[in-house]
Design a protein around this ligand. Structure first.
Ligand SMILES: [Zn+2]
Ligand SMILES: [Zn+2]
Length: 410
């Protein structure tokens, strides 16, 4: 098997990817507004002679056929930014106030373009077909499902799908993945406590929503601390709390919002009822009313175990990349929907470097990434496409609801 470790041409390709990443970084766009980014992707694909089509508004699907027939690998990159004001200090910082690529999706987009560049240039030397999925709105409301509904996994039918996500836990030059559940279901909730307002000097004539809300906040932690099997994982975070008017007025309402994170489907399905019992029970004890609304989000990403094993073996034979086994996180990712339909692999991509200052967590206004890592990411994506194409990298077809399920999607 030939090593696909990058040589001179790949240095040019990596440099091109860095330039593209900076262009995307300077003009971040939020979910389903990625028009400028989508046009940049389309221009680059045109330059490379790669056919493409628009789906789901700002999504772009490209397709490269290798020199010989083989299996179909899809590679997915998300393109959207976050509503954060950048404080990274980078010379190519966001030029759009209040918007920033603080999750590395600019690099994901650039690396997929870099991989497309390699695959197109070496078209005659590999088997199969590579499908390029440039996805909008990963940070919400979710672009994966609209892309699937538009036939992104069906035309042509995809055998396996992979994505990279930059990860400041891993050093530049490394990647990592595990089989099975590798992140969490991310569900949002909203709570409203309804009391009765009044004068701050006469609490006995009112129903104060604030102490009731405080009790609810504390009691909700019992879901994790006392009600869930300690060997299963759950997070209950209250992210916002608002209520009241002034120091001497008793607040009539308090609203809160938060997120549930879970991995086990049974734990997840029980969260709403547990939270409702606690919220309504405590409100009743305080003489107040309460409502709870749960907005279900992305399911957990489940990496296909066989795909993870075969890709690990393939990388060891075909590359010199260090491949780690990072612990799962409680983050959410709508790649889960792709991986529910065809064998999928979410790959963590090391970008940590003290020297480059890429030590801040994703979503931080100070987030940076070490651009030297882009070559590693490109190499990983190319290896996945080539390995799937020859059939050396494959998922568990029996467990996959893949092609059949895709065919039924509309
Ligand atoms: Zn993010
Ligand atoms: Zn992200």
């Amino acid at each position: 098997m030939t090593k696909i470790r990058v040589g001179r041409i790949a240095t040019e390709i990596a440099e091109r990817a860095i330039a593209l990443r900076r262009q995307v970084h300077r003009f971040p766009e939020l979910g389903f507004e990625e028009e400028r980014t989508a046009q940049l992707v389309e221009r680059e694909l045109d330059t490379l002679g790669i056919e493409h089509r628009r789906v789901a508004g700002t999504g772009v699907v490209g397709r490269i056929a290798g020199g010989q027939p083989g299996k179909v690998a899809a590679l997915r990159a998300d393109m959207d930014a976050l509503p954060v004001t950048e404080r990274s200090g980078e010379s190519f910082s966001s030029e759009v106030p209040g918007k920033m690529h603080a999750c590395g999706h600019d690099a994901h987009t650039a690396m997929l373009l870099g991989a497309a560049h390699v695959l197109a240039a070496e078209r005659e030397r590999w088997k199969g077909t590579a499908v390029l999925l440039f996805q909008p709105a990963e940070e919400g409301p979710g672009g994966a499902l609209p892309m699937i509904e538009a036939g992104a996994l069906r035309e042509p039918p995809v055998d396996a799908v992979a994505m990279l996500h930059v990860d400041p836990r891993l050093e530049t030059g490394t990647i990592g993945f595990i089989g099975g559940i590798c992140n969490a279901a991310a569900d949002e909730f909203r709570i409203a406590i309804e009391g009765r307002g009044g004068h701050g000097a006469s609490p006995h004539l009112s129903v104060d929503a604030i102490p009731c809300a405080a009790a609810v906040v504390l009691a909700l932690q019992n879901i994790a601390a006392r009600e869930t099997d300690p060997l299963k994982t759950v997070v209950v975070t209250i992210g916002t709390i608002e209520g009241g008017y002034r120091n001497n007025i008793i607040a009539d309402t308090v609203t809160m919002s938060g997120t549930f994170r879970s991995q086990d489907p049974l734990v997840r399905s029980g969260l709403e009822a547990r939270a409702r019992r606690i919220v309504e029970g405590i409100a009743a004890a305080y003489g107040a009313g309460a409502t709870l609304e749960v907005l279900y989000g992305y399911p957990p990403v489940v990496n296909d175990a066989q795909l993870a094993d075969t890709f690990r073996r393939y990388l060891a034979a075909a590359t010199t990349l260090p491949v780690e086994r990072p612990a799962p996180t409680m983050g959410g990712e709508d790649f889960a929907y792709f991986a529910e339909r065809v064998p999928g692999l979410m790959i963590r991509h090391g970008i940590r470097s003290e020297q480059a200052g890429s030590v801040h967590p994703a979503h931080s206004s100070q987030f940076r990434l070490d651009e030297a890592a882009l070559a590693t990411g490109i190499e990983t994506l190319v290896a996945f496409a080539r390995g799937v194409g020859t059939g050396e990298v494959y998922g568990n077809a029996a467990r996959s609801r893949g092609r059949a399920a895709c065919a039924g999607d509309t």
